[in-house]
Write a new protein. Structure first.
Length: 189
């Protein structure tokens, strides 16, 4: 099982370009649908947690899945499997970096990969939206966050997406506390 964790995340790390967000649909497909290591709800929850904690999202996802399967040893092997391919590839590229990006076919390939990565990220967002419980409050928060990101990008504002996530979390916390107080008052009456 530990070997399967390593190999699974090694393949994901080796064959996925574009960073953590591009890996989300692949991790979901393999870990949720094929191997059933985690559920869809766990995948959504851990994606949110992995995004809001330090470190690359794909590595955080791999660590969680590995830990869920085989505790610390599983987390270590899944994380190592995810990191090792990128480390080796970047090391090899760094040796030849001066000449690497000047090669016409390499530059063209990277332009194509950028488009594919954008589509993979959009696909992951769409799948998460479809699986999200369609309650009014989360839909409002999601819509406002989307509009804020669009405005930030259109006007090239220097506002981190972390600020938007923290703002959304704060709004959610305030709403939760307000609803909790309203429920307590209703019970007292």
């Amino acid at each position: 099982m530990i070997g399967a964790l390593f190999l699974t995340f090694f393949k994901i790390g080796l064959f996925t370009f574009g960073g953590g967000y591009a890996m989300i649909p692949l991790i979901e497909n393999i870990c949720v649908e094929k191997k059933k290591w985690i559920t869809h709800d766990e995948m959504m929850d851990i994606t949110v947690i992995a995004e809001s904690t330090p470190g690359p999202i794909a590595i955080n996802l791999a660590t969680y899945v590995g830990y869920k399967q085989k505790k610390t040893a599983g987390a270590l092997m899944a994380t190592l499997g995810m990191v090792l391919p990128s480390f080796c590839i970047i090391y090899i590229i760094s040796i030849f970096l001066d000449n690497f990006l000047e090669i016409t076919w390499v530059a063209s390939a990277f332009r194509g990969v950028k488009i594919a990565v954008a589509l993979l990220i959009f696909d992951a967002a769409l799948k998460m939206f479809k699986k999200m419980k369609k309650k009014p409050f989360p839909l409002v928060i999601m819509s406002l966050s989307f509009v804020a990101m669009m405005i930030i990008n259109m006007f090239a504002l220097r506002i981190s997406s972390i600020v938007i996530m923290l703002t959304a979390a704060l709004i959610g916390l305030v709403a939760f506390l307000a609803c909790g107080n309203n429920r307590k008052e209703a019970v007292k009456k």
